[in-house]
Design a protein. Sequence first.
Lengths: 114, 110
Amino acid sequence: EADIYQTPRYLVIGTGKKITLECSQTMGHDKMYWYQQDPGMELHLIHYSYGVNSTEKGDLSSESTVSRIRTEHFPLTLESARPSHTSQYLCASSDSVPQNSPLHFGNGTRLTVT
Amino acid sequence: AQRVTQPEKLLSVFKGAPVELKCNYSYSGSPELFWYVQYSRQRLQLLLRHISRESIKGFTADLNKGETSFHLKKPFAQEEDSAMYYCALAGYSSASKIIFGSGTRLSIRP
């Protein structure tokens, strides 16, 4: 079934560890996004990609990095996790055409850094 | 600067009462506006977009360019409408990104 998948759903990790949050979609979408969301707060765009080998930083400064080597895969990496990285991370994808096609969201990864 | 403002964090109304979730925006140009919804234990999903001019689950939203608003309305609230609602904005350039407001939690009391 065409969908967008995020793993893990929950992650508790110690300060200084390297982590990768996985996001994959089977809808053939060109555009993919990472949003960061704190409880009761707006979604902040931290990274986006409009296709393979294309990545851009979003509006919210983030110490994370992303890669887009394959259309369906858009992982997010934190080289050294800190408590300030504790948040919910949402991955989304959308078609390139038509313009402003709706975003399809994954279930999110709730990250806690102790 | 692009910005989406949802002034109410929480809105609580009785079942059968009218609902209006407020959304104001700032954008230099003609944006496209959306409402996304997240029901309990479900993913964030598109509810409606202004260019579609549709009524979805009884909800409508009209873009008011003069007041730069895109309020979400429903004449008679139902318990299943309880959810988190996010207003969002996007421009029409190929490089445009979608930005979201802080969300309003709608709670329908029986």
